[in-house]
Design a protein. Sequence first.
Lengths: 246, 340
Amino acid sequence: MTIPAPEPADRPRFLDAGEAALVVEFGAAVDPAINDRVLALDAALAADPPQGLAETVPTYRSLMIHYDPLALSREALVAAVEGRLAERDAAREAGRRWTIPCCYDPALAEDIAEAAGLLGLDAAAAAALHAGARYRVYMYGFAPGFAYLGGLPEALALPRRPSPRPPHPPGAVMIGGGLAAIGTVPMPTGWYVLGRTPERLFAPERDPAFLIESGDTIGFEPVGAEAFAALERRVEAGETVAGRTA
Amino acid sequence: VSATGRPILRVVSAGGGATLQDRGRHGALRYGITPAGPMDPLAHATANRALGNPPGATAIEVGLGGLAVAAEGASLDLALAGGAFRIACDGQALPPAVALTLHPGAVLSIRAGRAGAWCYLAVAGRIDVPPVLGSTATHTRSRLGGLDGRALAAGDGLAVAEARAGLGEPMLLRAPWLDRPPGTIRVVLGPQDDHFAPAEIAAFLDRDWTVSPRGDRMACFLDGAPLVHARGHDIVSDGVAPGAIQVPGQGLPIVLMADRQPTGGYPKIATVIGADLGRLAQGQAGTRLRFRAVSVPEAVAARRAEAAALEAPVALEPVVRTAFSSEFLLGRNLIDGVVG
């Protein structure tokens, strides 16, 4: 079967990040369609990696390919990427769907009153809006297992803090800069802690260490403080409490 | 001796910033995992190779805070390579790139010297700490790897598996590839050089930059005349390669090092080539440097030359035969205050 070459406008930019990393850039915006192309290329390379490819990092709008230039030349890598782009009829498998328990009780949702105040909402309304949306995992970054989520309702969009707050708790469900996020390892952050999940999205000793992949979809299921404590005990015993619905 | 009868390398004192590092935690950048690993991979590999270890084996990275260690239970062969640190074993001054047998009761001290910011202490055998996600590299910010994800402290004991000892007298490492004077650091322009006008890129390459004292394992901050962005300083976050030179809003370049985050949101004007990143890392605060743009093939050739240097075994020769003229000691700044 002959597949027409991609239109020039569709061709991504190839940008060198030194001699051992190549950026394949599909656009400049946070956009699900652009992110889909990033993830499709990522999946195609993972299915059939050229020799010398070290690892890939999907981000909102580009794929960073780390490679060993002593084993794989830049030209050969670009050719391999272009080959995968030409095969893009083979669509990426749809991401998985997850339901993540989240407690919005102010005892655990440390910043919910502050964030709701800034948004002109009460805490219950902010929680309901947050739990009513579905989110796309765009990428990881910043810290181990720190997942950037798109799909935050407009009414919850507020800028990040002008200066970071003290380290967030493990499992912090956060908002900031028009996005949502889930944090794992406590870190100082410019985001607002809107809730907390008992699930451990990152557990270095578990296989898999990371539950959720870029491109997966997430919804939050509100749980009370008592249910949170019960779920947390199950997680500590090694159970996965997030639901996978597809 | 450890519970299993293996010798222990005991930390007698630690000035902060000494961590266990193997070749780094690779393969999970996509999940936000920082690679960590040695700041100067060539020196790290040289110390390991001098003892017959794999080049990426777990070793101790010593910073300007220094370190002192002792062997418990049995003698241990050790090797040091990196900056011009001041090394002494029970009061005997040693050159900065050296292999020796440390006997129980003796103390090996490693202290900052005139040049260099990192020194690697390798142990013949295997420092037995559990890998996390396939690596023992310490990343203190996320508390992963090494000893509980933290820097070494006085009293820590490192069990050494398959320990070897047999060097006898201290031996000098012949590693001419570690003679890398700072000065010019080669870069490949991009990935966001299009966020800067041609005159600003020229200024970036023409100006002198000075290594700031603010640096750590995450980043090397540079002082100088600020650069101006053509299209703002915010980009949609994308991947961050080792040596990426990001330019935040205030215009002063920051080179991202071993403990960098895998993604970031500032324009990256250029990327330090692999062969020059360790050299940059060894620059103490106040070091002046310039950047020079090279092509990808030139950067690959430099990387290939570096890899070739480590293919042959590292030659060792007795310290007593080669060195310790007063000129040598003066040249290495070893005469004053050597003995700790």
